[in-house]
Design a protein around this ligand. Structure first.
Ligand code: DX5
Ligand code: ZN
Length: 222
């Protein structure tokens, strides 16, 4: 089985004590910290900017997986790289110059990710697959935590897994991931599982992460 990473999304954390929230999931066995950046323009919600990434950078040793749900992402990759992002993912729908932007992310020393909304086809990014370290499949319409998983996105994961034979990128799934569907997603070949509400709404974060991992392992043993 390919490696499986769990990336709790701080969107569902308590922002009044964000540092402690991040420490709780690191201690609970998380692999990455997923940071959802929203601009109130590309998506109908507003979250955080580079200053927050800068303040959480010293709190954890885990990679910061910054998911930019913003218009004109070219304005923001450098500030997020400087703030300490490890992975910067931009939406294919948000820029007319994806090739240039992905190269720029790598030049800044970060891993480059590209994301597709549920309505976007894999064909939108096929030409840039050699420029990315990660493809993030949105399994909800971006903007909010706690939404229902869109089942048809599993087929998109399967298409990308086929393309992994010719390119070197991880497949990440984001939105509505829980113990109920993580097994199916693992079977489809997902490498990185973003989990917001399913981890942060649990009192015991370690148990929530363990439960997700147990489902992935169960699938691997089938
Ligand atoms: C949605 C964000 C997700 C979100 C996932 O726009 O990109 O990362 O936080 O939250 P859950 O796991 O609750 O769907
Ligand atoms: Zn996200």
């Amino acid at each position: 089985m390919s490696k499986a990473l769990i990336a709790p999304s701080v969107l569902s954390a308590d922002f009044a004590c964000l540092g402690d929230e991040i420490k709780s999931v690191e201690a609970g066995g998380a692999d990455w910290i997923h940071v959802d950046v929203m601009d109130g323009h590309f998506v109908p919600n507003l979250t955080l900017g580079p200053v927050i990434v800068q303040s959480i950078r010293p709190v954890t040793r885990l990679p910061l997986d910054c998911h930019l749900m913003v218009s004109e992402p070219e304005k923001w990759v450098e500030p997020f790289a400087k703030a300490g992002a490890d992975v910067i993912t931009v939406h294919a729908e948000a820029t007319p110059h994806l090739d240039r932007l992905l190269r720029q992310i790598r030049e800044l020393g970060c891993k480059a990710g590209v994301s597709l909304n549920p309505a976007s086809s894999v064909s939108l990014i096929e030409e840039v697959l050699d420029l990315v370290d990660l493809v993030l499949v949105m399994s909800v319409n971006p903007g909010f935590g706690g939404q229902k998983f869109i089942e048809s996105t599993v087929a998109k994961v399967e298409k990308l897994v086929q393309l992994q034979k010719k390119h070197s990128f991880l497949v990440e799934i984001d939105g509505g991931v829980s113990v109920k569907n993580i097994g199916i997603l693992a079977r489809a070949g997902v490498n990185v599982f973003v989990a917001g509400s399913s981890v942060f709404s649990a009192k015991d974060r370690a148990k929530a992460i363990q439960d997700l991992r147990a489902e992935i392992l169960r699938e691997a043993r089938r």
